[in-house]
Design a protein around this ligand. Structure first.
Ligand code: PHE
Length: 338
């Protein structure tokens, strides 16, 4: 009997040691530790033993065997469960190796970078940021800016017209804005002076793209309307901006020019530390007709305005030779600025 017990225990322990899945361990638990198991069967036979000593010895051996099998099953169950969990974790592991090393973060477009820096500098000088629609009425884009129908200066803006018939049946009166200057009118019509605003935005002209032109480009407009504003305020503002944006060793100058919406008008240039000059934009004292169109009394208020291209500032800053590069979405180009 003792040898049967030992044999049953040893073969059970050997099988248990070879179990590799939770299902196998569960099946073995039934087989070796269940009521119909071999050891349970042997236990039932104890009663048929004649001698008390034999009974005692066999009972002790059976209890020892059952204990050994139980603890072997417990241990195996735990090991197998751990291995199963490890296998699951491994199979669900995310392969993150492609994110290791240099982070692949993008960056703002060069024009956006320049736009945001311009806003920062002007806000620092006390200006607020204003905006207007990209699809404009002929009135805001031209008429209110002292360019009535047939005004020769209209020809300089290669205008893109929007195919639209107005409520009054008129057509050809809706345009893609050719400059940010209509925001001057919209601001004056919605805001009492004193006004100190800049208006960055997208503008459109019927132009063939080349190294220095795009049919869609960006400008930033400035408008100041207050009491006793003079050309000296304009020149001082342009110079303060030049130094704040480009650096203390940059200078600015105004050159006489003509715009229908300013009188007098000027072009403004900036001077690099090496002494060379770059033309930046147009400016001038807001024309009385423009103030009137904006609902502002020219007897009481005066103002200045300026406008210049943002795209050119972006390519100047980074030494880009061709403006079209900025809009080609070629990674070999854009990645140079990350
Ligand atoms: N709107 C003009 C342009 O697009 C620039 C400008 C703005 C000139 C404001 C004078 C005053 O060329």
């Amino acid at each position: 009997m003792i040898s049967d017990i030992t044999a049953a225990r040893d073969s059970a322990l050997a099988e248990i040691a070879g179990a590799t899945t939770p299902e196998e361990v569960a099946a073995m638990t039934t087989r070796f530790a269940g009521k119909k198991g071999e050891l349970a069967g042997l236990k039932k036979q104890l009663g048929s033993l004649e001698s008390v000593d034999e009974k005692k010895a066999a009972g002790a051996a059976i209890n020892e065997a059952i204990g050994a099998v139980d603890s072997a099953l417990d241990e195996r169950r735990a090991n197998v469960a751990m291995a199963a969990m490890a296998a699951q974790v491994e199979s669900e592991r995310l392969d993150l190796t492609e994110f290791v090393g240099k982070p692949t973060r993008g960056h703002a477009h060069l024009v956006t970078q320049a736009w945001e820096r311009l806003e920062d500098v002007f806000v620092g000088m006390g200006f607020r940021v204003a905006e207007g629609p990209e699809v404009e009425t002929d009135w805001h884009n031209f008429e209110a800016l002292n360019m009535g129908e047939g005004h020769p200066a209209r020809g300089e803006f290669d205008t893109l017209f929007v195919d639209h018939v107005g409520p009054d049946g008129s057509s050809g009166s809706t345009v893609l804005r050719t400059h940010t200057s209509p925001v001057q009118i919209r601001t004056m019509l919605t805001q009492e002076p004193p006004i100190y605003i800049v208006a960055p935005g997208r503008v459109f002209r019927r132009d063939t793209p080349d190294a220095t032109h795009m049919p869609v480009f960006h400008q930033i407009e400035g408008l100041v309307v207050d009491r006793n504003i003079s050309m000296a305020d304009l020149a001082g503002t342009i110079d303060a901006f030049t130094k704040a944006f480009f650096g203390q060793n940059w200078n600015s100058r105004l050159r006489p020019s003509y715009f229908p919406f300013t009188e007098p008008s000027a072009e403004f240039d900036i001077q690099r530390p090496d002494g060379s000059w770059i033309e930046l934009g147009g400016c001038g004292m807001v024309h009385p007709n423009v103030l009137k169109a904006g609902g502002v009394d020219p007897e009481e208020w005066s103002g200045f305005a300026f406008g210049f291209g943002i795209d050119r500032m972006a390519i100047m800053r980074h030494g880009v030779a061709d403006i079209r590069e900025m809009f080609a979405d070629d990674l070999r180009f854009t990645e140079q600025f990350s």
